[in-house]
Write a new protein. Sequence first.
Length: 226
Amino acid sequence: MVGRDILVVEDEVKITEILRDYLVRAGYQVSCLDRGDQVINWVKQNQPCLILLDIMIPGANGWEVCRGVRQFSNVPIIMITARVDEIDRLLGLELGADDYICKPFSPREVVARVNAVLRRLYAPKAEKMLVAGDITLVQELRQALVRGNELKLTPCEYNLLKMLMSHPNRIFSRNELINAVQGYDFEGYDRTIDSHVKNLRKKIASYLPDKEIISTIYGVGYKLNP
């Protein structure tokens, strides 16, 4: 696996220490920040392989930080939140987060989520290119092109597009897409896949404004129209 440096952004000392200890035992190198306004410059200078980002932090909240990071980087972001409202969790995903974890959490679950995101990110590429209509995936580079224009995709968005492109016109259920994108399932996540689809549609539409590339099959899931 390429990259073992993880940034933990959390202002509760005990939680930071627990996350750091479990991640170090799992073989990761861990850096910690306790303020949101420190994150952007740190990420630009250090380029971690993944960020664990609490929402309620001083300086700048997690939503602001996520939005700022996504302006220049597609590094995987897992948001940590004590807020239980679904709208708060979906907001983070729509801003470009790859996953979220609710407090209180199991440290082992956090490590499992980190492993799953990075395993998907650095999985071996079986084919060099995948083409569906105007969209091309250069899998060796994890690069998505629309009519030659590169899409800046998060790991979840890339894996979602890859799954849909693997069988154009096939209808995928939300559970199938969740397992393909995240590698695991848990209660409530079937709604959040909609946020990743929404973000992916928006990015594709910037180059194909008159085409519905991803169709919603109500009550079932989604399909790609090549």
